[in-house]
Design a protein around this ligand. Structure first.
Ligand code: TXA
Ligand code: MG
Length: 329
């Protein structure tokens, strides 16, 4: 007989149960403003290993450590003035900072790197849970490795519901794409490792130096010596084809077995296999909708999912990054 996770509302009683479960080395599906996470005690090697096993994630792909407040940063990382500037400007919020790690964080959390990825999430329910647990929580996105990140408790249930026993439901993630990651190990040379809702120009403004771009993504399985991201990520099972622009004649020519996902609502009579992220092309609403839209299309048995790459900086850059990953095979 299969058992499925219990979905909790954030009542004081349920938060107490979840905090105890986490302190005992258990895992909990948690809401964050970016995407749902699969959380465990970041100071426990066993809990970290259990996160990797549950996700089917290679041990070479390090986890993000979540703390309730910047005051807790010294426990997990050795900060520098640039990191504190960013923390003041963007925490709590969707920014992850890479810094040298402390001994409190086991190598199992960081793929044996001497650095750690840290953020203070803005989701209040999650922050309350971190406080109650009393330990920093390692949490990658709560999806099987390589699949699209979850933005609702139901998404977590769909793929991990038979592998974990608790999910905290905090409603749909308001941002919808994973946090911006900036490498600040060398504070004079900040490197953007993953674009997100905190934009390159916002980081630049606060730090007053140019934000460099990451090197080429490493191939799957290779140790992340220059720690970056694995290239194939966020992919539906249905092949995804990326276009700089979708036209109606492309849609008509491909036929009804192909799905087409525009950024904004296209002109012309509606077609059953055509959808869009936001009618007016508002990037905040588009990013909130992105992963749910890909999941829904993936479940509809299409031969291919064609997607359109948004142009521009900021969230458009984050959406374009996720679509490029989803389409890389
Ligand atoms: O928005 C988010 O960041 C979500 C929520 C749950 O907080 N988490 C998330 O985690 O997206 P995950 O595991 O899907 O992505 C973590 C990425 C890894 O792929 C890795 O490349 C990078 O963060 N990372 C973690 N530790 C690192 C380190 N020490 N150096 C470089 N990159 C690191
Ligand atoms: Mg992920």
């Amino acid at each position: 007989m299969a058992f499925f996770a219990k979905i909790h509302r954030g009542t004081p009683a349920s938060l107490a149960i979840l905090a105890r479960h986490l302190r005992g080395g258990g895992l909990v599906g948690v809401p964050t403003e970016t995407v749902y996470g699969l959380a465990g005690d970041a100071t426990s090697e066993a809990a970290c290993l259990s996160i990797f096993a549950t996700k089917g994630r290679p041990l070479t792909d390090p986890l993000i450590v979540h703390i309730a407040s910047t005051r807790d940063l010294p426990r997990v990382a050795h900060a520098n003035p640039a990191a504190l500037k960013l923390a003041r400007a963007f925490w709590p919020g969707p920014l992850t900072i890479i810094l040298p790690k402390t001994d409190a964080i086991p190598g199992a959390a960081t793929a044996n790197l001497p650095s750690v990825a840290v953020r203070v999430p803005s989701n209040r329910l999650f922050r309350r849970l971190i406080r109650l647990a009393g330990v920093p929580l390692a949490a990658p996105s709560a999806n099987p490795f390589g699949y699209v990140s979850p933005t609702t408790a139901a998404h977590v249930m769909d793929h991990l519901g038979s592998k974990i026993s608790h999910i905290l439901d905090g409603g749909p993630s308001v941002i919808g794409v994973e946090s911006t990651i900036v490498d600040l190990r060398d504070p004079g040379r900040p490197v953007l490792l993953r674009p997100g809702a905190v934009t390159r120009s916002q980081l630049q403004k606060v730090l007053g130096v140019e934000i460099l771009s990451k090197r080429k993504p490493s191939a799957a399985g290779k140790a992340q010596v220059a720690p970056g991201q694995l290239k194939r990520h966020y992919s539906p099972r249905t092949p995804v084809v990326l276009h700089s622009r979708i036209t109606r004649s492309m849609v008509l020519k491909a036929g009804p077995e192909d799905a087409w996902l525009y950024i904004t609502k296209p002109r012309g009579a509606p077609l059953p296999n055509v959808s869009w992220l936001d009618a007016k092309g508002d990037m905040k609403r588009a990013s909130r909708r992105l992963f749910a839209a890909l999941r829904e299309l993936d479940e509809n048995g299409y031969r291919r999912i064609h997607v359109e790459r948004p142009k521009g900086a900021g969230l458009a850059e984050a959406i374009a990054d996720r679509l490029a990953r989803a389409s890389s095979r």
